[in-house]
Design a protein around this ligand. Sequence first.
Ligand code: CA
Length: 245
Amino acid sequence: MESSGARETPRKILVIEDEAKIAEALLAYLKSAGYEASAASDGESGLSAFNSLNPDLVILDLMLPKISGEKLCSEIRRVSRVPIIMLTAKTGLDDKVAGFALGADDYVTKPFSPRELLARVGSVLRRSGASPLFSRMSWNGGDLEIDLESREVWKRGHPAALTPNEYKILALLAKHPNRAYTREELIDAALGENFGGFERVIDSHIKNLRGKIEDDTANPLYILTVRGVGYRFGYGGRTETKALR
Ligand code: CA
């Protein structure tokens, strides 16, 4: 079971908004609701904050200096399926349609009530935890493919024949590229809290996984070791993702 509830650390939310008053108010509400929230005030710093923070959700203003919200949304979607809520003063239906086309998960128009926004944040996080936005992920021109619906994995078009535990570990890492997981987190999140295994059990699963999906297990492309931490997914520079909807 990949229950996000197993995670003990607070969910990280990145607010990218150039209006200081709105950003400050949002941070205060999010923090009081138990989230770990940070803010960036333009598109450029928003993108670097996104890359360094690996947030669980992004609240993105549409009208931003330096890089527009639209551009930023597509930039983020190129590498991540993180939930995005667009925030904007625009109210036209066309803008909503455009926002969803760019990959936003929800849309809130200003002025909004903090309670409404918090409700949207909660519901988008629940939705993204329950069902993936993308059913099938593919890397390096089909070198590796994962179908999150059928739970199948292919290496250059051939079934990789993963065990259920190997699949759970790989799917968890792949769905959160760049996030480094400790062995304990991988056990809790992928194998279940009642697994009760030793942390080194993860290492043997990783070794077997690499044997099935890496060309060179000594220089892995997908399952990377993070020294002193654990493991993270490396997508080898190129990702294509097929949208489920
Ligand atoms: Ca703005």
